[in-house]
Design a protein around this ligand. Structure first.
Ligand SMILES: [Zn+2]
Length: 352
C-alpha cells in the first residue's frame, strides 16, 4: 500500500474517531462480533526500509490491546465457540476472536505469555510447509534482495530490466511494484520460479526465513496442548488459491489438514485462506472449504460479523491489526465496525 493511501486511511480513522461517528454508527454496523487477524508480534526494528511492517505489532501494543479487550464488555472466545454462537444465533453478548496467520515463532515468544496470563483463547493458522521447513516466505526474499542491493535486475516480459533502489523511497516503491507484479503472475509456479531465481542470483537463502521465523512442529505441539489454543490450517504451500486448478486448491486445503492431524493429533476444523484478499480467495474457494467440511474459514477482507454470516461460514471477514495503526483509539474504531464499513472496497493492502 502506498504511503499516500495509508495516510488517507489514517486520516479517515482519525476523523471518524474525533467526530464520534463510530459511536453513533455502532448500533448499525457494529455487528455481533469480530475476528482479529495478526501475524507478527515482536519488538520494533530500527531499519528504515520495512515494507512488511504492516504485518507486525509490538508486544507492548499487543499487551495493552489484550488488557483493553479484557476490560471491555466483549467476550474473548475461541473459533469453536464463535461457530456455536453464529449457528445458534446466540448474540446476547458481542465477542472477539484472536487469530494468528502463518505460525511465527514470535507469537510463542511474545504474544503467548500475555494471552496465557490473561486466559484468552486464540487460533493459529499453520501453513504446513513452514514447520516442514520447505516453505517459501517469498515476500521476505523480495524484501531482502531490495534491502541489500542498490540495483536489482529482473527479466520482465522477456526483457532484461534494471531498477535503481539506492534510497529508502526507491526501495519502497520498487518493493510495491514488484510485489504486485509477482502477485499478478498467472500461475503460482511462475511467481515462485521468478522468486527462486532472484534469490539465487542475489544470494538470499529462501529456506533460512522459515527456519529462523516459523515455529517447528515441536513448538507447535507445545502450543496445541494448551486448551486456549486452536490449531487451524493455512494450506500447505501458502499459494494464491484462486490461480490453482480446482483440484490443486482442494488438495492444498485437505492435505494441510491431514498433515497437521498426523503431526499434532488434532484435526483442524478452521481454515484461513493465504493472503485472503478478494483476488486470492473467492466463491470457488469458499465452496470447496465448505464441501470438505471446515466449520469456518476466514479471509482478510475487512469487516465485523453479523448474524447473516451463519450462511457464509467459510467466507468470514476479519479485522487486520496493522503495524501502522498501533494506537488504542484505532482498535476501538476498528472494532466498532464503522471504519471497515467505510473503507470496504477501497483498500488493497498486502497480506500474508
Ligand atoms: Zn499467511
Amino acid at each position: 500500500m502506498s504511503g499516500v493511501k495509508q495516510s488517507i486511511i489514517r486520516g479517515e480513522l482519525e476523523s471518524l474517531y474525533f467526530s464520534g461517528a463510530h459511536f453513533v454508527l455502532r448500533p448499525l454496523v457494529g455487528g455481533v462480533g469480530a475476528i482479529l487477524a495478526l501475524r507478527h508480534v515482536r519488538p520494533p526494528r530500527s531499519d528504515r526500509f520495512q515494507p512488511n511492517r504492516m504485518l507486525e505489532v509490538t508486544p507492548d501494543f499487543f499487551a495493552r490491546m489484550v488488557r483493553r479487550l479484557r476490560r471491555s464488555r466483549l467476550d474473548l472466545i475461541s473459533l469453536d465457540e464463535m461457530h456455536r454462537r453464529l449457528v445458534e444465533g446466540d448474540f446476547k453478548r458481542r465477542f472477539v476472536c484472536l487469530t494468528f496467520d502463518d505460525g511465527y515463532r514470535d507469537l510463542r515468544e511474545w504474544a503467548y505469555p500475555i494471552l496465557k496470563e490473561a486466559g484468552v483463547p486464540f487460533a493459529i493458522y499453520v501453513a504446513t510447509s513452514f514447520p516442514d521447513r520447505l516453505g517459501e516466505l517469498w515476500w521476505l526474499v523480495l524484501e531482502a534482495v531490495i534491502a541489500r542491493n542498490n540495483r536489482v535486475g529482473l527479466i520482465i516480459g522477456g526483457r532484461d530490466r534494471t531498477f535503481d533502489c539506492g534510497t529508502v523511497a526507491e526501495k519502497q516503491a520498487l518493493y510495491d511494484e514488484l510485489y504486485w507484479w509477482l502477485r499478478s503472475r498467472s500461475t503460482e509456479n511462475e511467481m515462485r520460479s521468478l522468486v527462486r531465481s532472484l534469490a539465487a542470483y542475489y544470494h538470499v537463502d529462501i529456506a533460512a526465513f522459515c527456519e529462523e521465523l516459523c515455529m517447528g512442529w515441536s513448538e507447535l505441539a507445545e502450543l496445541a496442548s494448551d486448551p486456549l489454543v486452536t490449531i487451524g490450517t493455512h494450506t500447505v504451500t501458502h499459494p494464491v488459491l484462486s490461480r490453482l486448478s480446482q483440484d490443486a486448491a482442494r488438495s492444498e486445503m485437505e492435505l494441510s489438514r491431514s498433515i497437521i492431524e498426523a503431526a499434532l493429533a488434532v484435526r483442524p476444523a478452521h481454515l484461513s485462506y493465504p493472503y485472503g484478499d478478494r483476488g486470492s480467495a473467492g466463491k470457488r474457494e469458499f465452496e470447496i472449504a465448505a464441501e470438505i467440511g471446515f466449520k469456518t474459514a476466514v479471509t482478510a477482507q475487512p469487516g465485523v460479523l453479523f448474524a447473516k454470516h451463519k450462511r457464509s461460514m467459510t467466507a468470514l471477514p476479519r479485522i487486520s491489526l496493522h503495524g501502522d495503526y498501533q494506537r488504542m483509539r484505532y482498535v476501538r474504531v476498528l472494532l466498532s465496525g464503522a471504519a471497515t464499513t467505510m473503507w470496504k472496497g477501497f483498500r488493497r493492502g498486502k497480506a500474508a
